[in-house]
Design a protein around this ligand. Sequence first.
Ligand code: FES
Ligand code: MG
Length: 576
Amino acid sequence: MVDRHEGLTGGLTNYGDREFARYLRRSFAKSMGYTDASLDKPIVGICYTESGFNNCHRHFPELLEAVKRGVLAAGALPVPFPVISLGEVFLSPTSMQFRNLMAMDVEEMIRAQPMDSVILMGGCDKTVPALLMGAASAGKPAVLLVAGPMMTGRHKGERLGACTDCRRFWGQYRGGTIDEAEINQVEGRLAVTAGTCAVMGTASTMALIGETLGMCLPDTAAIPAVHADRLRAAEETGALAARLVGSNQTPDKIVTAASVENAMRVLLAVSGSTNALIHLTAIAGRLGIDVDLDHFNRLSDETPVVVNLKPVGQGYMEDFHTAGGLEGVLRAIAPLLDLNAVDITGQSMAERLAKPLSDPIDRTYIRSAEDPIERAGGLIALNGSLAPGGAVLKRAAATPGLLEHEGRAVVFSSLDDLAARIDDPDLDVNADDILVLQNAGPKSPSGMPEAGYLPIPKKLARQGVKDMVRISDARMSGTAFGTIVLHVTPEAALGGPLALVCNGDRIRLSARDKRIDLLVDEAELARRKVEFRPDADVPARGYQALYRRSVLPATLGCDFDFLRAASSTGAEGEPS
Ligand code: FES
Ligand code: MG
């Protein structure tokens, strides 16, 4: 049972008369029908993100009931409260622009309201990062409960899962191999249940990272949204949050250099979403822990890819769950993990791995380190004259023949320019060229959308071209694939080398050397740099103005400069 709690009197503002403030707060709480017995209990806040604009969270009412059951049975009072919910596909210009807004909402509402511990309910792409960022800064004991992945649909005997298959069918439609009637049919069969995207996209990757960081109950990240086990996990999460009351298990005790490194290992081993690197950097940055790209590459060189899921491999998250889930991955890379990391239940990684497995691991979806999908390098960071501050490539999702490639740049100066010209039959483009998109980074008007997956120009798609080297300062959906260089830093809007690329320049990608180079001599680049004019059209008011002023580069997690903690290396605040 719980003790040492502040309950409803936590954080009371009293203006000199504490008893009056207490009496007033209790009387308003009583208007909600609570008895004294309820109001005397410790309070477990529940950050609740159900929204009519968030399909992934549509099962949250049922999940919330289970959470409350767990909290109540363990002797605390569950109190849900709304925070911003980010439904990935409904936000414009991009959900990424609102992650920090949600993180601020989460942080301030956890801090401002009387709760002794908090449950973070989220799942869809940016919600888990925002919840963890906010909770890390708020500093109260917190536990994450994720939505869980969607189940797959069926089309002509084939399984479909959002949203890797979305892209495959759209590619076929663009290429003219399926017709409008069929694409309309597919549209209704891609996302068929509650839960997050069914593949190893950003939401799935972040759920696994949340568990690896130690912020969820073990073995719960991959349980499908609609599975009864998820309701049981919710009930147990409620009980755990009640047990956390009065403890000193605040997020800074859980999210440590050790658990962050383990999370990077898992990101690499599952060949997860490139977005997760940004989010993990932002979460760690809230606690003064740096995620450095050279360090990431060293880990990448030694961490095998062991998960065979779309978008890179075969299966879906429901397969991953039954194959052994995160536990299977942790066992496969156990010798690489920092065993001292401790999770929210108080268990160390060493203790977790010492427990016997309840089921054998299904090697179709989760391989061993001895028989991996790839020996190393599922994701790599790139350096070079085009990205002196760094860039990211999901090597495992690339076409092997394009990993060492030199080609002619075909440049698009903005998203509008891309939309206007990519399908122009007169566009001067060949399959060997490199598509370059400028001005889609964090400081651009679009706020770093998932535009890095540039479409293959229609005339090339019709010839059967499936992949080309594509480079931008944008992000890519975790469910996408291709030879795609992302997060180029410094970004074009800040006048980075990416802004200076012209049509016809030669660019060389070498995944082996982890380099991306613009083969233009320095004198010519210096000349172009003089001509560079930053976008003068900056938003003058509101959140958009705050965002543009404060957002940090991808290499610092795109957090706001005033939200990152001071780090040991002083990396906060300075664009690199
Ligand atoms: Fe919510 Fe993909 S749309 S996780
Ligand atoms: Mg996504």
